[in-house]
Design a protein around this ligand. Structure first.
Ligand code: ADP
Length: 163
């Protein structure tokens, strides 16, 4: 059984993340979308909130092999705890590559048997990040089409309150 873990801040989950998840769900038997529970990053959305939005996406997209989870500590330890042999990440630009290259080296140092696979962003989504969604939403701009439709109203209202 091929199990993958797609880790991230998902603050919030965007359609760029969804694109990666769709590809991964087609490739692996089970995919865990794992929200990083890291207070040092001071996320806008709480862990439970982020997981709830991911659960809504799973339900709306009728993904049968995708689960929502969360972790703190080392990703490779979490991956091992759920029997995942693969880490899934997305690549938008060269700047992502630098960062991912570094994380991969560390993860492989810790657990060489766990490998990372990468999906290139769809060109139309290569500009899209959670931070741009937060910024647009906090200033009252339209986030329509940037986040999964099932979460648009929730995120819009939540970010408007944030300001
Ligand atoms: P992190 O803080 O771990 O980078 P993110 O939630 O920002 O968490 O991103 C999670 C993963 O999804 C990363 O591998 C990131 O490169 C990828 N990703 C983010 N936005 C996009 C996008 N628009 N298209 C493809 N991959 C993306």
């Amino acid at each position: 059984m091929k199990i993958g873990v797609y880790p991230g801040s998902f603050d919030p989950f965007t359609i760029g993340h969804l694109e990666v998840l769709k590809s991964a769900a087609g490739l692996f038997d089970i995919v865990y979308v794992a929200v990083l529970n890291n207070t040092a990053k001071s996320p806008v959305f709480g862990v439970e909130e982020r997981m709830e939005m991911i659960r809504r996406v799973i339900e709306t997209e009728a993904f049968e092999n995708v689960r929502a989870g969360s972790f703190n500590g080392l990703l490779v330890d979490y991956a091992q705890s759920i029997d995942a042999q693969y880490i899934i990440r997305g690549l938008r630009a060269i700047t992502d590559f630098e960062y991912e290259f570094q994380i991969d080296a560390v993860n492989r140092h810790l657990k060489p048997e766990i490998r990372t696979v990468y999906f290139m962003a769809t060109p139309a989504h290569s500009f899209l990040s959670s931070s741009s969604v937060r910024e647009i939403g906090e200033w009252g701009g339209s986030i329509e089409g940037l986040v999964p439709h099932c979460n648009t109203d929730y995120i819009r209202e939540r970010l408007a309150r944030q300001k």
